[in-house]
Design a protein around this ligand. Structure first.
Ligand code: C2E
Ligand code: CA
Ligand code: CA
Length: 373
């Protein structure tokens, strides 16, 4: 990737520069706003690592320069003591539509920086339909399992199966960069069936080993619109000897449901058979009140965007409070995703959230790791 490091501290410039260089990135460096004003084209990179305090100017001014030059690079901000101001700058950047990746505190943790850089690189890689076709043929799609916990007892209540693609040439490809491509070109159907088979086979093995966990499977609404969806699912349940009562279907991107009436019929049938049905990412543009109102969900998952901010942002807390309250009134289960800190966990429990998942408890794991865990 093309990167620029902007800091008035030469030791940071050389540290970050060397780190990125060693990982194969092209790095440019600047010590002041002035240098960049002189040649704004230098800002035209994939990633900018920007110090907030730049001598007499600040990162805020560099952000403004990006906006006035209509440049869309990704930005990581480095922060010293002035955390509030830095967070304000992140907000400003986002409001202008910039890709603000986050804040790193000084002294700089090199591995944290590289984690963000790797994620960015993976997400910038464009995945083609051909890539997906090959991966499907070669069996490169796997599942990782993330446990869900009851927030009051701490007991594991289930696992969510998440698609993983470890490609020999491309490296790890995150779901966010291939699910939407597969949804557009129709390969989401064979991909989902491959993953459903893996999940059901796994659940059968676990049951035989005495591990009884509910399994949640992510489902694009497109699948509900394929002709033989239900028949295929039932057939697979028979083959793998798994009961619908032990499965939850998490519906992502419910906004994308084009035929609501048909979706209602399908979901009611699934519920009658004993499946649990969750509305995923609730609160985002993809999952709204209207879908919650019309479709027969038994579970609501609060999107991790609200959870991430709930402890230090009153607005996020109010929204979460309202969502939990809504779930209670509708008498459906409410699950929070993306719980990373104890504070978030406590707050959610206090607000009456039933269950949760997140890095605080466990990252998604391969089946073998899950068993040992
Ligand atoms: P999702 O359904 O909302 O899944 C939760 C995502 O949050 C997962 O990302 C998970 O790894 C991540 N996560 C879990 N705990 C934490 C945490 O504490 N902090 C943070 N920052 N993240 C956490 P992942 O695996 O990258 O999946 C991204 C999205 O891709 C999923 O979001 C889901 O919408 C979609 N997806 C994944 N697997 C499938 C699949 O098999 N089929 C379909 N249709 N979509 C899938
Ligand atoms: Ca999900
Ligand atoms: Ca989510």
């Amino acid at each position: 990737m093309r990167c620029i490091v902007v800091d008035d501290d030469p030791s940071i410039l050389s540290l970050v520069g060397a780190l990125l260089n060693r990982h194969g990135h092209d790095v440019d460096m600047a010590e002041s706003l002035h240098e960049l004003e002189y040649d704004p084209n230098r800002l035209n990179v994939d990633l900018m690592v920007l110090d907030y305090r730049l001598g007499r100017s600040t990162g805020m001014e560099v952000i403004r320069l990006l906006v006035t030059s209509s440049i869309q690079s990704h930005v990581i901000l480095l922060s010293g003591a002035e955390r509030e101001l830095v967070l304000g700058t992140v907000e400003l950047g986002r409001a202008y539509g910039l890709n603000m990746l986050g804040v790193l505190e000084k002294p700089l943790d090199g591995s944290a920086l590289l984690r963000i850089v790797d994620q960015l690189q993976a997400s910038l890689r464009t995945i083609s339909s051909e890539h997906i076709r090959e991966a499907l043929q070669n069996g490169h799609f796997m599942l990782a399992y993330q446990p869900k916990f009851c927030l009051s007892t701490g007991q594991v209540t289930g696992v969510e199966a998440l698609a993983r693609w470890q490609d020999p040439e491309l490296g790890p490809v995150p779901p966010d960069s291939f699910i939407s491509v597969a949804e557009k070109d129709g390969q989401i159907t064979p991909l989902t069936w491959q993953l459903v088979d893996q999940a059901l086979a796994q659940q059968y093995r676990w049951r035989r080993a005495g591990i009884l966990v509910d399994m949640a499977i992510n489902l694009s609404p497109v699948l509900l619109e394929t002709d033989d969806f239900l028949a295929q699912f039932l057939n697979r349940l028979t083959v793998h000897d798994v009961m619908p009562e032990s499965l939850t279907l998490e519906l992502t991107e419910t906004r994308g449901i084009s035929d609501m009436d048909r979706a209602i019929v399908e979901l009611v049938r699934l519920r009658d058979l004993g499946f649990d049905i969750a509305i995923d990412d609730f609160g985002t543009g993809n999952a709204s009140m209207l879908q919650l109102y019309r479709l027969p969900f038994t579970q609501l998952k609060i999107d991790r965007a609200f959870v991430a901010d709930c402890h230090d942002d009153d607005k996020a807390e109010s929204i979460i409070h309202m969502i939990i309250d809504l779930a209670h009134r509708l008498k459906i289960e409410v699950v929070a995703e993306g719980i990373e800190t104890l504070e978030q966990g406590h707050l959610l429990k206090q607000l009456g959230c039933h269950s949760g998942q997140g890095y605080l408890f466990s990252r998604p794991m391969h089946a073998g790791q899950f068993e040992t865990w």
